[in-house]
Write a protein that binds this ligand. Structure first.
Ligand SMILES: *Cc1c(COP(=O)(O)O)cnc(C)c1O
Length: 433
C-alpha cells in the first residue's frame, strides 16, 4: 500500500518510509492511498472470530501488501496479548475497556504495534540502530517505552518535564532500563517537544543517528487503533445489539477517533460517532461554526485531552474532502468542564457502581445526553481510573484500588538523565552516545 501526504506536496511513498519518517517532507500526515472495505462475509461471521483474528483481517487490509502474512499475524498476536472487554453500564450504554494492557491505557495498542512493525523493517533492511525520540506529558511516554522495551535495533529516548508528570506516570517509563532512556528536562512539556522538533531538523544529528518519532501522527501507531472498534461490534453482535450503534470517543489529538472513522469506511456498521472534549473544545467549536481555530491548551482533570491544535484534525478533513457538512453528518461533538466531568464520574459510581476515569467520564456523559431512542451506545474507556488515583479518590471520596501491574511499576527504581532546555546540550548528549 502506498501513502500520500495530506498536504499533497510530497511524493507518494511506501509504508516503510511512512513509518520510519513519521511526518511527510511537506509536514503533512501520511494517509493510505486506499481504504478497502472488508467483505460482507467478514461482517456476517465477525461474532465467531477472536479479537486477534478480527485484528489480523483489519491489519491485512492496510499492511498485507508490505508485510508477509505470518509476520503480520505474529505482530498482531504479540500486540494484543490482553483483553478488551465490552462491559454494560446502563440499559443503552456499553464501555469498551481499553485499559487492560501493560500501562493501563489505550495507547498500548498503537505503541506495541508500532514497535513490532518498526522492528520488522529494521531487521529486514539490516539497518543500524534506529533512535526513537518521544516527548511526553505523561501517557504517551509510558505506552511507547513499554511497547518498544526489548525490541532489538531500537533505542528510545523519552523526554519529559521535570516535576510535571504524576509519580505513577513517571515510574512507567523511568524504571524500565535496557533500550529505554528517560531524559528529565528542566522545563515544560512544550520545551520537551521543542527539543525533539529541533533534533529532527538538525542535519548533523540525522546523518549520524537514524531518528524517528513515535507520536500519534505515525501511521503505525494510529491505524492499529481501528482493531478494537471491530472487536466492539463483534461483541455487540453476540448480544444482538447491533442496531443503530453510536460510538463515543474521548478525544485530544483525534488519532483514536480517526481510526474509528477508517473502520466505518471499511464498512463497519457504526451509525455515527461522537467526539467528546473537555474544555479544550477546538473540534466542538469547528462543528458549530465550520471554522477551525486552534488555541493554547488549558489544563483539565482529563489531561490527556488537553490539546489546543489536534494533530489528526487534518486527517479527518482529508477523509471527508474538507466538507464540514460531511464531517457533521458522521460526527457530533460535546464539551465538558471539570465540574461536569467530576459530577458524571461521581454519579456513575453511585448510580451504576461503574468507576470511570476522567476521560471516559466525558464520553459516557456525551452518550447519556446524546443517544436517541433505539440506539446502542459504546464509549471508549481509554484509561484505568487508578492512573488518575488522586483525582478520582477526591471525586468519589473513597479509595481506588491500584491494579497489580501498576503497583509493580511503583516498586521499580527511577533512573533518569537530567537535561537542560538548551538544544546544544541535548545534541551533544545524543552524539556522545
Ligand atoms: C491520549 C489519550 C486520549 C486522547 O486520544 P487521542 O487519540 O489523542 O484523541 C484520551 N484518553 C486518554 C486516557 C489518553 O491517554
Amino acid at each position: 500500500m502506498q501513502y500520500y501526504s495530506t498536504n499533497k506536496q510530497a511524493p507518494i511513498t511506501t509504508l516503510e518510509e511512512a513509518v520510519v519518517k513519521g511526518l511527510a517532507a511537506d509536514k503533512g500526515l501520511f494517509m493510505p492511498l486506499a481504504i478497502r472495505p472488508l467483505p460482507q462475509e467478514f461482517y456476517d461471521s465477525i461474532d465467531t472470530l477472536s479479537f486477534q483474528e478480527i485484528a489480523f483481517r483489519v491489519a491485512d487490509a492496510f499492511f498485507g501488501e508490505d508485510v508477509p502474512a505470518d509476520t503480520l499475524r505474529k505482530i498482531v498476536d504479540d500486540t494484543l496479548s490482553f483483553d478488551v472487554p465490552l462491559v454494560q453500564v446502563t440499559e443503552q450504554i456499553y464501555s469498551l475497556e481499553l485499559f487492560h494492557g501493560p500501562t493501563l491505557a489505550f495507547k498500548d495498542v498503537g505503541g506495541r504495534f508500532m514497535a513490532r512493525l518498526l522492528g520488522y523493517f529494521i531487521r529486514k533492511e539490516g539497518k543500524r540502530q534506529v533512535n526513537v525520540l518521544v516527548a511526553t506529558s505523561g501517557d504517551t511516554g509510558s505506552a511507547v517505552a513499554n511497547g518498544f522495551l526489548g525490541v532489538e535495533g531500537i533505542h528510545v529516548y523519552v523526554l519529559y518535564p521535570k516535576g510535571k508528570v504524576s509519580e505513577i506516570q513517571e515510574k512507567q517509563f523511568t524504571t524500565l532500563g535496557r533500550n529505554i532512556t528517560a531524559l528529565e528536562v528542566d522545563g515544560t512539556f512544550d520545551d520537551c517537544q521543542a527539543l525533539v522538533k529541533s533534533a529532527f531538523m538538525d542535519r548533523e544529528l540525522n546523518e549520524r543517528l537514524s531518528l524517528t518519532s513515535a507520536n500519534s501522527i505515525n501511521v503505525a501507531r494510529f491505524l492499529p487503533q481501528a482493531f478494537y472498534y471491530f472487536h466492539a461490534y463483534a461483541q455487540l453482535k453476540r448480544m444482538g445489539r447491533t442496531d443503530n450503534v453510536v460510538v463515543c470517543v474521548p478525544s485530544g489529538n483525534f488519532g483514536n477517533i480517526t481510526a474509528g472513522l477508517f473502520g466505518k469506511r471499511m464498512g463497519l456498521p457504526v451509525q455515527r460517532f461522537i467526539a467528546a472534549n473537555n474544555r479544550n473544545d477546538i473540534f466542538y467549536q469547528y462543528l458549530q461554526t465550520g471554522v477551525y481555530t486552534p488555541r493554547p491548551s488549558t489544563a483539565t482533570i482529563a489531561n490527556a485531552m488537553d490539546v489546543g491544535d489536534p494533530s489528526n484534525f487534518t486527517r479527518v478533513l482529508d477523509l471527508y474532502g474538507g466538507s464540514h457538512a460531511a464531517i457533521s453528518a458522521d460526527i457530533s461533538g460535546a464539551t465538558y468542564t471539570d465540574e461536569q466531568i467530576a459530577e458524571t464520574l461521581r454519579h456513575t459510581w453511585q448510580q451504576h457502581r461503574y468507576l470511570l476515569d476522567p476521560h471516559g467520564a466525558c464520553s459516557f456523559r456525551a452518550l447519556t445526553e446524546g443517544l436517541r431512542p433505539g440506539e446502542t451506545g459504546v464509549f471508549l474507556e481509554t484509561a484505568h481510573p487508578a492512573k488518575f488515583k488522586d483525582t478520582v479518590e477526591q471525586i468519589i471520596d473513597a479509595p481506588v484500588e491500584v491494579p497489580a501491574k501498576l503497583r509493580a511499576f511503583m516498586q521499580g527504581e527511577k533512573q533518569s538523565v537530567p537535561m537542560s532546555t538548551d538544544f546544544a546540550d541535548f545534541k551533544a548528549y545524543l552524539l556522545a552516545r
